[in-house]
Ligand binder design. Structure first.
Ligand code: PAF
Length: 275
């Protein structure tokens, strides 16, 4: 992988990189297409990274389908699929970790999944060193992850541009995610409540409601009407610092994490207030 990237860079080629954990969906494909448009070479990594899963999370059952992922990549004109093994990425004596400290990693997903972002930033540092991309593409569905990765590359002077692309949604609004594959038919129907709750927040904010607690409790009411749903968190935060806002002014990020049956889903929306 390194040799390929070094050679292409010597030829003056711009390398676009889409890091993934596989089970590719329309969200990934939109990132690949953006990279294809903006770069000369496109590299996709497929690696279910064990260090970003907590104990009791879904590492073992995370969907793996390398053959069909590679076929999709071929169809999208991807130049290289980099799919290392766990042993290659984390040999027995592996002992270095890369961690972004502070509010960005302590709140929202960080608060509910301890160690998650440390695993993400460690594996991405390794992948950036191996793939040596000019640009790397991330979806806004994992908005907090994108902010953490931007902080990582800023703080450590990693010479890669982080490019964000909009969340891709199914017809009923459910954000594309590899974890949607876990949902039974009944759960899949229930899962649209995440997006519906974000739309309710949008309507209320655009109607002039500026008290975050009122909006959060109205979102809770909607989600709790769905018997299969269990709220992990609902938050209204500043889209740069991720700190909770006291009053809604300018743009805010509304973020939700909800369990549908055993499957934990997240979603978010950036919403501009009328104030
Ligand atoms: O978003 C993901 O799929 C993962 O967190 C990433 C960025 C591929 C790192 O393992």
């Amino acid at each position: 992988m390194k040799n390929y990237s070094r050679e292409e860079k010597l030829k003056g080629k711009k390398i676009g990189f889409v890091p993934t954990m596989g089970a590719l969906h329309q969200g990934h494909l939109s990132l690949i297409r953006k990279a294809r448009e903006e770069c000369d070479r496109v590299v996709v990594s497929i690696f279910v990274n064990p260090t970003q899963f907590g104990p009791g999370e879904d590492f073992d059952r995370y969907p793996r389908d390398l053959e069909s992922d590679v076929r999709l990549c071929e169809r999208e004109g991807v130049d290289v699929v980099f799919a290392p093994s766990v042993e290659e990425m984390y040999p027995e004596n592996f002992s270095t970790w890369v961690e972004v400290k502070g509010n960005l990693t302590e709140t929202l997903e960080g608060a509910h999944r301890p160690g998650h972002f440390r695993g993400v930033t460690t594996v991405l540092t390794k992948l950036f060193n191996i793939v040596i991309p000019d640009c790397s593409y991330f979806g806004e569905k994992d908005y907090q992850q994108a902010l953490v990765v931007k902080k990582l590359v800023d703080d450590l002077n990693i010479p890669v541009e982080i490019v964000l692309a909009p969340t891709i949604r199914e017809i009923d609004g459910l954000a594309c995610s590899s974890r949607n594959r876990y949902l039974s038919k009944e759960e899949r129907r229930a899962a649209k409540v995440l997006y519906q709750s974000l739309l309710r927040a949008k309507t209320e904010i655009q109607d002039g409601e500026d008290n975050p607690s009122c909006i959060i409790s109205s979102m809770e009411d909607l989600i709790l009407e769905e018997p299969l749903a269990k709220i992990d968190y609902i938050a209204i935060v500043d889209p740069v610092s991720l700190k909770p806002v006291k009053r809604i002014r300018g743009e805010v990020l509304v973020a939700v994490a909800v369990k549908i049956g055993k499957t934990r889903l997240i979603d978010n929306m950036r919403i501009k207030s009328v104030f």
